[in-house]
Design a protein around this ligand. Structure first.
Ligand code: SF4
Length: 80
């Protein structure tokens, strides 16, 4: 299941739940944005609580590239 939300700065965050292995890297780095659900998969809370650079850094430390970032035009900006 894809769970898209939009950052206040218009960056779209998508978690690919098929790829998520529940490592919690994202939760540890940005607990206001990510949490694990009952299935042990990441879900989004409020991406607007952090800036774009933080979202990018968190996406980069996801071991399975399950955090996908898209710009306003729907272009994938990470993973590149
Ligand atoms: S860092 Fe990636 S694999 Fe780990 S819980 Fe977050 S989305 Fe899932």
């Amino acid at each position: 299941m894809i769970d898209p939300r939009r950052n206040a700065t218009a960056l779209r965050v998508v978690i690919d739940r098929e790829r998520c292995i529940g490592s919690e890297n994202c939760v540890a780095s940005a607990p206001s944005v990510f949490r694990l659900d009952a299935e042990g998969k990441a879900v989004l809370l409020d991406p607007s609580t952090v800036d774009i650079e933080t979202l990018r850094l968190v996406a980069e430390i996801c071991p399975t590239e399950a955090i996908v970032l898209e710009d306003d035009a729907g272009n994938q900006v990470f993973p590149g």
